[in-house]
Design a protein around this ligand. Sequence first.
Ligand code: NDP
Length: 324
Amino acid sequence: MAKTAIIEEPGGPEKFRIVDREVGEPGPGEIRIRHEACGLNFIDVYQRTGLYPLEMPQALGMEAAGVVEAVGEGVTHLKVGDRAAYASAPPGAYTQARVMKAAQVCPLPDGISFEEGAAMMLKGLTVQYLFRRTTPIAKGDTVLFHAAAGGVGLIACQWAKSEGIRLIGTAGTDEKCQLALEHGADACINYRTEDWAAKVQELTGGKGVDVVMDAVGADTFDGSLNSLKPLGMMISFGNASGPVPPFNLGILGPKGSLKITRPTLFTHIADHATCQQMAAELFDKVTSGAVKIRIDQRFPLEDVAEAHRALEARQTTGQTVLLP
Ligand code: NDP
């Protein structure tokens, strides 16, 4: 049996219930994993509220780390007793143990703790695909990254620094801006108190940035487009402030032949070999010390509702883990 956080219908954090669930045995291509820590992600909020609809009842959670307890037929990259971590769909990671497809589960290097593993897979693999697999970004290029002190954000700041990429961050308080700067952002703008789009122009000598990575969505979309250089790339990868409303594609031409994409991690990690290769690069960044996984919030699994409230209220920084 495994204690599991489920919802029976979409809604607020009060919808969570902790239930005991049968775990079962892995079938072909599956493993059973006992979690030591589970990661909290903003996508869990979208799923809980129904913005990203799911079948109900539903266990949420899309990343975790733990120990492999049983291995189904055909699984060759993991064995019983291995330390492992994953980002994976469908959800179900808010639990003590589960049976799941093995393809996206990665052996976890000894130098990375379970908490770090649980906190870094979804957010770290996202940073990997943003910087490596979405548009060419060269040393010296400038990236504008919104919510730079958040989970994905602090990893992005460090990744950019380690690659010689100039990252201009934004964040909701001066303290969060300070945190982004300490993690490698070249500049950080408090977008709740400053005219951040004007400030981006000032910081780039009126040229604009090469790439925008925007997961804030509705509140920042227009300013993000206006911050790009001609031929710049807008990566719209989330909606923390609400979904981007429909817009007229025609505006991209006069703004300088801009490019735009709306990616999701799960396309990038769908292929087993690609997922493992992306994880290997992420693990190298962490074990080399280039990227540190900063866990600022820990909650017992039973307090998952409180964790969701904190994330939605913009009270968190860096990573958050749930301890089962
Ligand atoms: P964060 O830890 O970054 O938390 C979200 C942050 O967004 C908040 O802390 C807050 O920072 C900022 N924010 C701005 N406006 C709002 C608002 N109205 N309500 C709440 N928060 C707001 O979360 P994650 O690191 O888990 O994820 C960051 C973003 O990246 C999310 O939008 C997520 O969906 C997206 N994402 C997308 C993926 C993809 O493949 N498409 C994969 C992974 C994440 P501040 O106070 O500084 O404004």
